[in-house]
Ligand binder design. Structure first.
Ligand SMILES: Nc1ncnc2c1ncn2[C@@H]1O[C@H](COP(=O)(O)OP(=O)(O)OP(=O)(O)O)[C@@H](O)[C@H]1O
Length: 720
């Protein structure tokens, strides 16, 4: 058997000459060749044509009998055909270019390889035809594609060392001489040259293909993709071919993408990408780190695995919302694998990627921020409440200052009162509740003040409340405060005196006047240190020292059921009894001198002394209004008299010395009642003002009113 090798450009193939007529395999091969194959006999008649021939020229196979070279080439004469036959017979293979005609008359350029052969005593020409226009078109197309994709090729024949390179390959490597592309030269052009050298060796020695991206040594560097493959002849490596492609732009884009991915992955915020079905299709490293899931778990997760409260309906609406608004921002509680949760701020961005709606959610843990916000809010609330408290304390202190009460000036020379002051000194240092009893004007408030000033609470206020001067219905709100709208007229919130006195002392004057129904509330503060402001369901806690005072007999009131026994015992922990002035008369001269100096200075008078006679008068007088009465008496005298010494005058009480006999027969309350009635008669029923009964009795107006009410004295009746 003799093989005939047919070369077509760079392609080559073999047909087996002895096998005509074909065996099945060979016929199939020729039939399907990508070239037209035609056999002519000596007359130019076509005896065989393959599939491509019929397809290209437009003839049906049944028309083969009528076809000859003259149909294919209308310009050929019979003589020319004969000459051609002879030439092919002589040269065995002839190669030429020609123009052929299709059935529809259209002409096309061809390259023909004609070959002479004989079979069973008959001779034929076999022509293998290739359309030139088509192959040059492909070549052109390839050139364009090479430039477009910046791909250049090379081929190295290992047998003879010959190297073929395309122009684009030279351009990519930026050299003119193709020798520069030889393995020994090219490797120096890349940063990782030794690695590339290894790849080329592997290709040449053991046909190991490669496809890598190399970075050039230039400045700025470029990225060149290099792929190589071996062509084998049997087992022997015969040629190696390869391609270079400049992928700098692509690589830079990829580098940038990698950078973005790195940034995303290492961001503290959690980044998720979900699709419409809720599938988690991308997530940053932080998601696994913060939530505690493994990557394997997350890879198979959907939004429903991460948040069981989400339903498909909700998710679908959420995705619609994001698609409509492009960005949505909201707060959400995010759960971790271990069941713990954190407050998050979520920004959900709509992304349309390859025709799919995606939700890229950036999640920020705002637990710290929330805590700071709440701390700030609480601090603000505290400041607001402290400010209010300070304002009210200030207001209170302002009124106290206006009242001009002497805090430190306790005058004493009597032994009996010195004992009282000793008790005050002892109890002051403790936090014990003190009950000061004694008649009106004996200096109970002064003692309370002394206790507070000498206690550890003296940096905080001493808050005073007089039960007798307050209408019953206001006592509760005055003591415990009220919320806005707690009762008609409560137009604003009011902080009660107990709150104002927090960490300080409260002085509850005339405690005996406290309404029974409120006594339990006071007991609760004394025992638990807590109370509920009017109209509020929020219990307040306070740390207040209580000093109570009364001029009434609480023992008796308890017996009569007018005062709670438990409260009485709670108040009476440390009783201090203030002695009436008539029982410590030795204090009168000193007190009188003290008040003279005080009011003289105030009125701009020259008084320095009190005459012996005046003092004697004082000593005879029982002073039912106690020290306050003495003080008021001197104040009045200083206004009325002139000079440096205070002599007796009309300002002295008229009944001076007379009342003593009667008082022994009557209760003190009765004496008080008689005295008040007498003074009221004297003032013609007037209570207030400089010549009113309160002033003469040395009492505050309100105290006198309260006293009159308690003793059943009616102003009008008295006057009539
Ligand atoms: N020992 C004292 N030295 C100087 N001044 C005194 C003394 N005791 C009382 N006073 C003065 O007498 C006046 C009446 O005192 P205070 O208001 O403390 O009496 P009270 O017992 O609380 O009266 P009431 O029961 O009517 O409220 C005040 O101006 C007070 O300064």
């Amino acid at each position: 058997m003799r093989n005939i090798n047919v070369f077509l450009g760079s392609q080559s193939f073999t047909i087996m000459n002895d096998s005509i007529p074909f065996d099945t395999v060979n016929q199939w091969l020729v039939e399907e060749l990508p070239y037209e194959v035609i056999w002519f006999n000596e007359n130019g008649k076509i005896v065989y044509a393959n599939n491509l021939f019929f397809k290209k020229l437009g003839y049906r196979k049944s028309e083969l009998d009528q076809l000859s070279i003259f149909d294919l080439n209308s310009t050929v004469t019979e003589e020319e055909w004969q000459e051609h036959w002879n030439s092919v017979q002589e040269n065995r293979i002839v190669n030429f270019k020609d123009t052929h005609r299709r059935k529809d008359g259209k002409l096309y350029e061809v390259e023909v390889f004609a070959q002479f052969f004989s079979n069973n005593g008959k001779s034929y020409i076999s022509a293998i035809i290739n359309e030139i226009t088509e192959s040059s078109f492909y070549r052109n197309l390839l050139n364009h594609a090479e430039r477009l994709t910046r791909v250049g090729g090379w081929k190295l024949n290992l047998q003879d060392g010959s190297l073929i390179v395309t122009e684009e390959a030279l351009k990519i490597i930026k050299v003119d001489d193709k020798e520069e592309l030889l393995p020994g030269n090219i490797i120096h052009r890349f940063k990782n040259g030794s690695e590339y050298q290894g790849l080329l060796k592997g290709l040449m020695r053991s046909a190991q293909a490669y496809d890598v991206v190399l970075e050039t040594n230039e400045k700025p560097s470029r990225y060149i993709r290099s792929a190589g493959q071996a062509i084998l002849k049997g087992k022997k490596i015969f040629k190696i071919i390869g391609a270079y492609q400049d992928v700098t732009e692509l690589q830079e884009r990829q580098n940038a993408l990698r950078l973005y991915k790195d940034i995303l992955d290492n961001a503290e915020d959690l980044v998720y990408v979900y699709n419409r079905q809720g599938k988690l299709i991308h997530y940053s490293n932080s998601v696994a780190k913060v939530l505690g899931f493994t990557r394997k778990e997350l890879d198979n997760f959907s939004i429903y695995d991460l948040d069981s409260s989400i339903t498909p309906e909700w998710w679908s609406e959420h995705m619609d919302d994001i698609a409509k608004n492009k960005v949505l921002r909201f707060e959400w509680v995010v759960g971790r694998k271990d069941g713990t949760k954190f407050q998050a701020d979520i920004t959900a961005n709509h992304i349309s990627f390859e025709g799919e709606d995606l939700n890229c959610a950036v999640i920020r843990d705002i637990t710290g921020r929330k805590q700071r916000e709440s701390d700030l809010f609480n601090a603000f609330e505290e400041i607001r409440s402290l400010k209010k408290q300070l304002e009210q304390e200030n207001e209170y202190l302002q009124t106290e200052i206006k009242r001009n009460i002497n805090f430190d000036n306790i005058i004493c020379t009597s032994e009996s009162y010195a004992k009282v002051l000793k008790e005050v000194e002892k109890v002051a240092k403790t936090d014990t509740t003190v009950l000061i009893t004694g008649e009106s004007g004996t200096g109970k408030e002064l003692l309370a003040n002394g206790i507070h000033q000498n206690s550890q609470r003296n940096q905080r206020p001493l808050i005073k409340v007089n039960m007798a001067t307050l209408p019953n219905e206001l006592i509760e709100s005055e003591l415990f405060g009220h919320k806005k709208g707690a009762f008609t007229g409560a137009t604003a919130e009011k902080i009660g005196k107990f709150s104002l006195a927090d960490e300080g002392t409260i002085f509850l004057d005339e405690i005996g006047e406290m309404p029974l129904e409120l006594q339990s509330k006071l007991l609760r503060v004394l025992q638990e240190g807590e109370f509920d402001p009017l109209g509020s369901n929020k219990t307040k806690k306070v740390d207040v020292r209580v000093i109570a005072a009364t001029n009434r007999n609480l023992d008796e009131m308890v017996e009569k059921g007018q005062f709670r026994e438990d409260l009485y015992y709670r108040l009476n922990v440390f009783p201090i009894h203030n002695i009436p002035l008539r029982e410590r008369k030795e204090d009168i001269p000193l007190l009188a001198q003290f008040f003279l100096e005080k009011y003289s200075t105030k009125a701009g008078k020259a008084f320095r002394k009190i005459s012996k006679k005046t003092i004697d008068k004082f000593m005879e007088y029982p002073f039912p209004g106690n020290i306050r009465e003495l003080e008021n008496l001197i104040e009045r005298a200083v206004i009325l008299e002139e000079g440096t010494t205070l002599f007796p005058g009309s300002w002295l009480p008229a009944n001076n010395g007379n009342g003593n006999a009667d008082t022994t027969l009557k209760t003190f309350e009765q004496v008080q009642k008689d005295h008040i009635v007498r003074v009221l008669k004297h003032t013609k029923g007037r209570v207030s003002g400089p010549n009113g009964a309160a002033s003469i009795l040395g009492m505050k107006d309100k105290t006198l009113f309260a006293k009159m009410k308690r003793l059943g004295i009616e102003r009008q009746t008295v006057y009539k």
